[in-house]
Design a protein around this ligand. Structure first.
Ligand SMILES: [Mn+2]
Length: 313
C-alpha cells in the first residue's frame, strides 16, 4: 500500500492554498466504480462548502438508471485541486485537464499503475475505488445518495460481490447500508442489459471450451456486431460458474481491436494483472484484468503462460 492521505488532509491543503475548487477526474469509458467514486466525492466536497465537480469531456452513458448524467465541462484559468479516482496509468485518463491542478491526489486500487499524483493513495487489495473512498468518509458524513453511489461501484467492480472481494469490503458495505444505500434500487437497475450485451454474453457462453485443464474461455474473431469493451468484461462473467481456475474471453472487433478479459478464481494464486502488464497497456487486479492486445495471435502466448501457471498450482 502506498502512502495514505485523508480527505481532511485535502481540505487542509485547500485551506492553506486558499483554493475553493476541488475537481474529480477519472479514466476514459468510466465504469460504475469510477463514476460512483467521483460522484460520491463531488457530493462530499459540495456538502463541505467547496465548489466541486466531476470533469469529463466525452458524453456520459454510464449506468444512467443509477447515476445522473454528467455533463461535459472544460476548465479555464481556475485554481483547483484535482483528485483522480480509479485510474491506473497516465494514458488511461479521460482527459489531460487534471494536469492544470495546483496539486493532484490519486486514489486507486489497480496494481502497478503510474503514480502520477503528488500524493497517491493506492490500495491494490481493495475490491474497488469505491471501497477505499467509503473507508475515507466518516459514517455521519455519508448521505443516502453517496452511500448508493459507493455501493454501486463496489457491486459492479466485483461482478455482484463475486470476485476481488475481501473481508473488510463487507464492513464498508455494512456501513453504506446503515447510511441507507438503496441496494434494491441498484440491483433492479442491474437487472436489465442491452440487446448487444446479451448477444455477446450468449456467444461467449455458447462457444467456450477448455484450452487446458482449469482454463476455460472463448475466442471470437471478427465480431460483426458493435460492442463496447465493457460488454466483453461482463460477458466473461458468464463463464465463472464453470469449475475451473482461469476464465477468459478474447474478442476481435470489426476494426481489428482485440479485447481480452481474464479472471482467476479466488482460490487460485494466479495473478492475471501480470498478464495485463506484459501484453496490454494496463494494470488490473490479481483476479481480474482487461486489456487490449496489439496483435491477435498474442492470445496464444497468453494461453501458454496461463497453462504453465495452472500446472504450477
Ligand atoms: Mn475499479
Amino acid at each position: 500500500m502506498d502512502k495514505q492521505f485523508t480527505l481532511e488532509d485535502i481540505k487542509l491543503k485547500a485551506c492553506e492554498m486558499n483554493i475553493q475548487r476541488i475537481y474529480i477526474f477519472s479514466h476514459a469509458k468510466h465504469d460504475g466504480d469510477a463514476k460512483g467514486a467521483a460522484l460520491a466525492l463531488v457530493e462530499y466536497f459540495t456538502q463541505n462548502g467547496y465548489n466541486s465537480k466531476y470533469i469529463i469531456t466525452a458524453e456520459d452513458n454510464c449506468l444512467l438508471g443509477v447515476f445522473p448524467k454528467v455533463e461535459t465541462s472544460c476548465i479555464k484559468d481556475e485554481k483547483f485541486i484535482a483528485i483522480s479516482v480509479d485510474t491506473s496509468i497516465v494514458s488511461g485518463n479521460e482527459n489531460d485537464l487534471y494536469k492544470k491542478a495546483e496539486i493532484i491526489y490519486k486514489i486507486d486500487h489497480h496494481k502497478d499503475g503510474d503514480l502520477f499524483g503528488d500524493y497517491n493513495y493506492i490500495d491494490d487489495e481493495a475490491s474497488s475505488t469505491c471501497e477505499i473512498v467509503s473507508s475515507m468518509i466518516l459514517k455521519d458524513d455519508i448521505t443516502p445518495k453517496m452511500a448508493t453511489y459507493l455501493y454501486t461501484g463496489i457491486y459492479t467492480d466485483t461482478g455482484g460481490f463475486k470476485y476481488g472481494i475481501r473481508d473488510v469490503m463487507f464492513l464498508q458495505l455494512s456501513k453504506l447500508l446503515k447510511c441507507k444505500a438503496d441496494y434494491s434500487f441498484v440491483v433492479n437497475n442491474m437487472k436489465y442489459i442491452s440487446s448487444s450485451r446479451k448477444r455477446i454474453e450468449g456467444l461467449v457462453a455458447y462457444n467456450h471450451k477448455f484450452y487446458a485443464k482449469d482454463v476455460v474461455g472463448t475466442i471470437i474473431r471478427k465480431y460483426q456486431h458493435d460492442f463496447m469493451a465493457l460488454s466483453v468484461a461482463r460477458a466473461v462473467n458468464t463463464l465463472i460458474s464453470i469449475n475451473a481456475k482461469v476464465f477468459f474471453c478474447c474478442c476481435e472487433a470489426k476494426n481489428g481491436d482485440v479485447f481480452v478479459e481474464i479472471r482467476s478464481s479466488l482460490n487460485s494464486n494466479i495473478d492475471v494483472s501480470k498478464l495485463a502488464k506484459k501484453y496490454g497497456d494496463g494494470g488490473g487486479h490479481v483476479h481480474s484484468a482487461g486489456f487490449k492486445l496489439k496483435e491477435f495471435d498474442e492470445i496464444y502466448n497468453i494461453l501458454q503462460e496461463i497453462e504453465d501457471l495452472t500446472r504450477l498450482q
